[in-house]
Ligand binder design. Structure first.
Ligand SMILES: Cc1ncc(COP(=O)(O)O)c(C=O)c1O
Length: 430
């Protein structure tokens, strides 16, 4: 029997001083119930909580840790960098090296700037896109998440393809009204938004959405979006904060062959440290200060410790030929195993794999957008999540997240998870 007394006490104590006891809402287990585990360390495929319970970890810090927890070479690179100083507020050659690394593999990225979080990357990319296009309105897609800047905390108004409404208190309607919300995988809804506004300068999309569960774009949809943006002089921002260096070395490009005018990166490029970036066409990027008039800055931007973690991570990924194929095959093995176990107990399940990303929904029908994702059985997910946690498997505490494979995973680990899922389904159906 698992003891989680330490986590229970730690959570109660945290709630006295941190709103909800957490520094990012999903960690509070609000949508699955129960007590979030307080983690004291991570090694490879596993995390260990303060009560010494160990879990196979499919969260991997919500994506960054493609090499698993505490990869020894990444840790070494960080330690070496720390020994030379934490931050200088001056340029380093490390930043140029990381910029070159990313530019060498990411199609359409000619210049890049580093920031500290995905939120900053998308926020800055949108400011730049507005300046370049000279148009105020932007389009985002229902179910896509791009961080928590005001323009992007917007949901669809009454009916789709409308001017947005705020999805957070404190975001004023005057800002939300400049964000139109279209339906994912539905080009007509995008056309309708463009028509309605008459002033759309930018479209931002997760090409492989991972924030409503895993829902990839359809190929003709993403390609159609590219053509539409070209036709209408709209800046297309491909948000690869999650899918970049995750779905494949080239992110979504390997699946769709679609380039953004701007692209945003985060998670894997920082190897677990706070690092993100936005980049793209040189003529757009050169509008940034200090060359151009679009202001953007950061005290810790391009921080040497984070950049060193990123450089080490990308070098290790590149060296490991076949890494993405191996992780994809493990993701497929997990998806097939879960499907077969669910079938035994008559549990409706949909699965999806893109490279090292795997998603599953307790739903009857294929999930192609937020509408269909929202039909999944979140109560059953909560029960499944709790059962798996008791058995030492950490899936994300929400139906609408993605599971991430990492380098230290192997077939034995995946098969163990499938057996535990089978046992959980049996208990839940008993
Ligand atoms: C696609 C995407 N864009 C942007 C963000 C925001 O990144 P951050 O949490 O680093 O601010 C996320 C975070 O999950 C994301 O998945």
């Amino acid at each position: 029997m698992q003891t989680i007394l330490h986590s229970i006490n730690a959570f109660n104590e945290a709630k006295q001083v941190i709103p909800g006891g957490v520094n990012s809402p999903v960690r509070a287990f609000g949508s699955v119930g129960g007590t979030p585990r307080f983690i004291k360390e991570g090694r490879g495929a596993y995390i260990v909580d303060e009560d010494n319970n160990s879990y196979i970890d499919f969260v991997q810090s919500y994506g960054p840790l493609i090499l698993g927890h505490s990869d020894s070479l990444v840790v070494q690179a960080v330690q070496d960098s720390v020994a030379k100083g934490l931050s200088y507020g001056a340029p380093t050659e490390l930043e140029t090296n990381l910029a070159k690394e990313i530019i060498s593999v990411c199609e359409g990225v000619e210049k890049i700037r580093f920031v500290n979080s995905g939120t900053e990357a998308t926020m800055s990319a949108i400011r730049l896109a507005r300046a370049f296009s000279g148009k105020d309105d932007i389009i985002k897609f229902e179910g896509c998440y791009h961080g928590h800047s005001d323009s992007l905390l917007v949901k669809s108004g009454s009916g789709l393809a409308t001017f947005g409404e705020t999805s957070s208190k404190g975001v004023i309607q005057d800002i939300a009204k400049h964000t139109l919300v279209a339906r994912y995988n539905d080009l007509d809804s995008v056309k309708e938004c463009i028509r309605l506004s008459g002033n759309v300068g930018c479209i931002i999309i997760e090409p492989i959405a991972g924030n409503m569960g895993l829902v990839p774009s359809k190929k003709d949809f993403l390609q159609g979006l590219r053509e539409l943006c070209d036709k209408e002089n709209i800046v297309l921002i491909i948000d690869e904060v999650m899918s970049g260096f995750r779905a494949s070395l080239q992110g979504s490009y390997a699946f769709y062959g679609v380039k953004g005018d701007l692209s945003t990166y985060g998670k894997v490029i920082g190897g677990g440290m706070p690092l993100a970036a936005f980049g793209g066409r040189a003529d757009i990027m050169d509008m940034l200060s200090p060359i151009g008039g679009v202001y953007q800055a950061g005290t810790l931007s391009g921080n040497p410790v984070a950049v060193s973690a990123g450089l080490a991570t990308l070098a290790l990924i590149k060296q490991d030929v076949g890494l993405y194929e191996r992780l994809e095959s493990l993701a497929n093995r997990l998806a097939e195993g879960l499907m077969s176990a669910a079938k035994t107990y008559n549990i409706p399940l949909q699965t999806c794999v893109r490279g090292s990303m795997m998603g599953f929904f307790f739903a009857q029908e294929e999930v192609i957008d937020w509408n269909s994702a929202a039909k999944s059985d979140t109560e059953f997910y909560a029960k499944f999540h709790a059962k798996m946690l008791e058995k030492g498997v950490n899936f994300a505490p929400s139906q609408f997240e993605t599971s991430f494979m990492c380098k230290p995973f192997n077939e034995t680990i995946i098969d163990e998870v499938i057996e535990k899922a089978r046992a959980s389904f049996k208990e839940l159906k008993a």
